[in-house]
Ligand binder design. Structure first.
Ligand SMILES: Cc1ncc(COP(=O)(O)O)c(C=O)c1O
Length: 372
């Protein structure tokens, strides 16, 4: 629908496509909700931690009041955990909110923002939403080409988005490469390092991005409670940056963007080391099961360091949608990624063992039906 309202750069935005909700698939395909497997939104298959549930029940008594706008306890917990002053933290309604606020706080209409081809869709949305110019740098092996991203910086570039690991491809950049990149980015260009999946990194792949925040005033590290911490429905994300950037973000942030229940649950989840470890272990096991199945079925996939895998399900540009429909009919929801320019691929979130098995069985059936 064309509108007479709003700036053209807003009218031209293609809205974000979210994973299909279970209830919608049940209605559309006449299926029993209880038997539907959703592996479409990179959620934690363990659900939310019990510790967070208990903290929410306690906090519910306070819901007649506004949330603590400065989120004293959550910021104190984050500050202690990441060894930074509380003044370096900005909270977001999910890290999506952080990415949006950062773009709006740092970049003016007409200036440019750099991000990689096949990187997280919200970078494009945030860029377009403020009328900035997107410089999309071609991917190499479905991941970021940091050298080319550096070369793409122009006089009007104010922000570079880097996702590590990246969604939807799962690609990973190692610490030394990132550090060398940060060292070369001009100081008047901010870097948002989006680490939504960092808790899933294998121990030998971890690096200390918070140490870089202390060194680079133009770096903002974005994290979320939606993935390994298991709180996607509550919407809590946070940024760590030096005061110059943090002050800017806080000017644009809505005063009550993280609600009371979310604040309480996030403090509990942050301190629930056992849950985090269980999540990472389950993810590593599921990754092995899914990728072994892809190899057995002769399907190409992109090695992933997140809680999802991108798999090529055919060689024609309708393959993603076709196989997706076959899966939906069997009650398995994954994510087609045609909107990312990857129409032959599907992104599947790593689930519980039984969910992974249901997906693999449904995938085999769909592929066999297509071949016969
Ligand atoms: C790379 C990346 N960044 C940020 C987000 C935003 O997550 P949330 O807003 O739930 O924190 C996602 C969610 O899928 C993501 O994949």
């Amino acid at each position: 629908m064309t509108s007479q309202f709003g700036p053209s750069y807003v009218r031209e935005i293609a809205p974000y496509v979210a994973g299909k909700p279970i209830s919608e698939v049940a209605r559309e395909f006449g299926l029993d909700e209880a038997r539907i497997v959703k592996l479409a939104s990179n959620e934690n298959p363990l659900g939310m931690p019990e510790s967070a549930k208990q903290a929410m029940v306690k906090a519910a008594a306070e819901l007649g009041r506004y949330p603590d706008s400065n989120a004293f306890e959550l910021k104190a917990a984050l500050a202690a955990r990441y060894d930074v002053p509380a003044e370096w933290i900005t909270l977001g309604n999910g890290s999506n909110d952080i990415l949006e606020i950062a773009a709006h706080a740092i970049v003016e209409k007409g200036q440019s923002i750099i991000y990689a081809q096949y990187s997280f869709a919200v970078y494009a949305l945030a860029t377009q939403g403020l009328g900035a110019r997107a410089i999309v740098v071609p991917a190499v092996k479905y991941g970021h080409d940091l050298d080319a991203m550096l070369e793409a910086i122009t006089a009007d570039t104010r922000l570079v988005f880097v996702a590590n690991p990246n969604n939807p491809t799962g690609t990973y950049i190692d610490g030394p490469a990132l550090e060398a990149f940060l060292d070369k980015v001009p100081r008047n260009v901010a870097v948002v390092l989006d680490e939504a999946y960092t808790e899933y990194l294998a121990p030998h792949k971890r690096y200390d991005s918070i140490a870089w925040v202390r060194r680079y005033p133009n770096l903002l590290v974005s994290r979320t409670f939606s993935k390994a911490f298991g709180l996607a429905g509550l919407r809590v994300g946070f940024a760590i940056a030096q005061p110059e950037l943090t002050d800017l973000l806080n000017r644009l942030r809505q005063p009550f963007n993280v609600n009371t229940l979310a604040q309480a649950a996030a403090v509990a989840a942050l301190n629930d080391q056992a849950f985090l470890e269980e999540s990472a272990t389950l993810n590593a096991q599921g990754y092995r099961v899914l990728t072994e199945a892809f190899e057995r079925l002769g399907l190409e996939y992109v090695p992933s360091d997140g809680n999802f895998v991108l798999v090529r399900v055919g060689s024609d540009d309708n393959a993603g949608n076709r196989v997706n429909l076959g899966l939906l009919k069997q009650g398995v929801i994954v994510r087609p990624v045609g909107n990312y320019g990857l129409p032959q691929w599907l992104r599947v979130t790593i689930g519980l063992a039984a969910e992974n098995a249901a997906f693999i069985a449904a995938l085999e059936k769909t592929l066999a039906a297509a071949a016969s």
